[in-house]
Design a protein around this ligand. Structure first.
Ligand code: HEM
Length: 453
């Protein structure tokens, strides 16, 4: 029972009643994105609800979200959803808390500042050459391609080059890509299980998780070893090998392996999903691809890419920002409530789990009457967008460490794609809906005809 007078005086958050016993279990299993966004919206920014006896709170109020993520961060650690991915990813930034997380984040942060990350632009452009050759062949054959598959390859090549300094062959990349996807899907199954069973009661799943972990370690282990033996490169893994903590200690091999897996797990599918939606937005608007292409031709996107070239592709930047507003790959953030807390006279009950709907917040009242309209010009500096209600990369202590990395990679990739090709929906194809899996990804193939400029 709470003794804090403010908490005693505070009002309860509205309660969204569900089915007896099950509560909102079925809605959450069917479409967590839609359920959490709807409950928060219908109840003025925050609502309590129950799922099989568990207390949850749906939130889309930007002020409350910032209170949780930024102002009172120690009272709201990340929820069990993150801890469950430890069985595959090990102890990386996504699963660590407290002193371990703080030490690792401090050691890793310099590698992700905006200057070193400019190398991501160059790495992305280099990978683009191989992808362009493949797409030229598809264009010559008039082939219909699934943009999800093609963009996943591009994104994986880019992230492998920038993170580890390697350019895998198509086969290796496909094999590794499906390993990372399998890993994320298994974690999602764990997170969405209506009843959480102990490990001994689900031997088949435990074996699958162990197999995926082994495969990932077997693939990335030699990459990590190569960087430990020769850490002079400009890639991020080399920078992590060189990093030292306050006591002058470097990361051990197993720490490097876990952090590398985590960076792939957190960075690959999110970026690919964002780029797929950006392409859909572009294809839905005649003229947008040509405008991005014109800008990309005027910027110099060959060889070492400069900061100036990145600034020049500002329409591509605005398209990406707006894409991440309407289609945020990470659609919900989970946080546990350690102690009773009060925000603007509303009580946040200890023991509950908060689900912050980024998707809902990005379409909320702060965005005005046309919140659902795709308008890249919202991001012109003179339009002064409501940034307090925009957090595709979260906010506060756990803000995505790969934020600049992803922004640069996506911006350069989109500019290059539009510079060299035109894209159209294949005959009879329509834009697929959104299926919230690990990320808010397309629910089916994105069938596209590519033509050469
Ligand atoms: C469009 C692409 C991306 C999106 C939308 C995205 C989104 C996010 C969000 C929302 C979080 C916070 C999760 C939370 O605290 O609940 C996060 C954390 C994280 N992201 Fe990203 N991310 C993207 C790309 C990347 C990339 C490219 C990398 C690495 C190369 C990366 C690595 C990480 C890591 C390691 C964390 C944990 C940070 C910490 O807790 O210290 N992400 N990301």
């Amino acid at each position: 029972m709470t003794t804090d007078p403010a908490a005693v005086a505070a009002a309860e958050l509205p309660f969204a009643r569900g089915l007896p016993v099950f509560g909102h279990a079925f809605g959450l299993a069917r479409n967590p994105l839609a359920l959490v966004a709807r409950l928060a919206r219908e109840h003025g920014g925050a609502a309590r609800f129950r799922v099989l006896g568990r207390d949850l709170v749906a939130i889309d109020d930007p002020a409350l979200a910032r209170h949780v993520l930024q102002e009172k961060v120690d009272s709201f650690p990340r929820s069990f959803h993150y801890r469950q991915s430890r069985v595959i990813l090990g102890d990386g930034l996504l699963t660590q808390e407290g002193a371990g997380w703080r030490r690792a984040r401090r050691m890793m942060q310099p590698a992700f500042r905006s200057d070193p990350v400019r190398d991501v632009a160059t790495a992305t452009a280099r990978c683009w050459d191989a992808v362009r050759d493949r797409w030229l062949a598809c264009a010559a054959r008039g082939e219909v391609v699934d943009a999800r598959v093609e963009i996943q390859r591009l994104s994986l090549d880019g992230i492998m080059a920038a993170l580890c300094g390697i350019t895998p062959g198509v086969e290796d990349a496909d094999r590794f890509g499906s390993m990372v996807r399998d890993a994320l899907l298994e974690v999602r199954k764990l997170n969405n299980a209506v009843i959480r069973l102990p490990a001994w009661a689900r031997p088949r799943q435990v074996a699958t998780l162990a197999r995926i972990r082994y495969a990932l370690d077997a693939f990335l282990g030699p990459v990590v070893d190569a960087r430990i033996n020769a850490p002079e490169g400009r890639d991020i893994l080399s920078a992590l090998v060189r990093a030292k903590d306050e006591a002058g200690m470097a990361f051990s091999r197993s720490e490097l392996l876990d952090q590398t897996k985590t960076l792939f797990g957190a960075g690959f599918e999110t970026t690919a999903t964002g780029l797929v939606w950006a392409l859909c937005e572009v294809m839905d608007r005649p003229g947008l691809c040509d405008a991005i292409a014109e800008e990309a031709r005027a910027a110099d996107l060959e060889g070492e890419i400069s900061g100036l070239a990145l600034e020049r592709i500002s329409l591509a930047r605005r398209v990406i920002e707006e894409t991440l507003r309407l289609n945020p790959p990470v659609y919900t953030l989970g946080r546990d409530v350690l102690v009773d807390d009060v925000h603007e006279g509303r009580r946040i009950p200890r023991g509950s789990t908060l689900l912050i709907s980024i998707w809902g917040m990005h379409r909320g009242p702060a965005w005005g009457a046309d919140a659902d309209r795709f308008d890249p010009d919202r991001w012109l500096p003179e339009r002064n967008p409501p940034r307090h209600a925009y957090m595709p990369f979260a906010a506060g202590r756990h803000t995505c460490i790969g934020m600049y990395f992803a922004q640069v990679e996506m911006r350069v990739a989109l500019a290059l794609m539009c510079r060299d090709f035109r894209f159209a929906w294949a005959p009879g194809a329509r834009r697929p809906g959104m299926r919230p899996q690990v990320t808010a990804a397309a629910s089916g193939p994105v069938r596209v005809v590519i033509s050469r400029r």
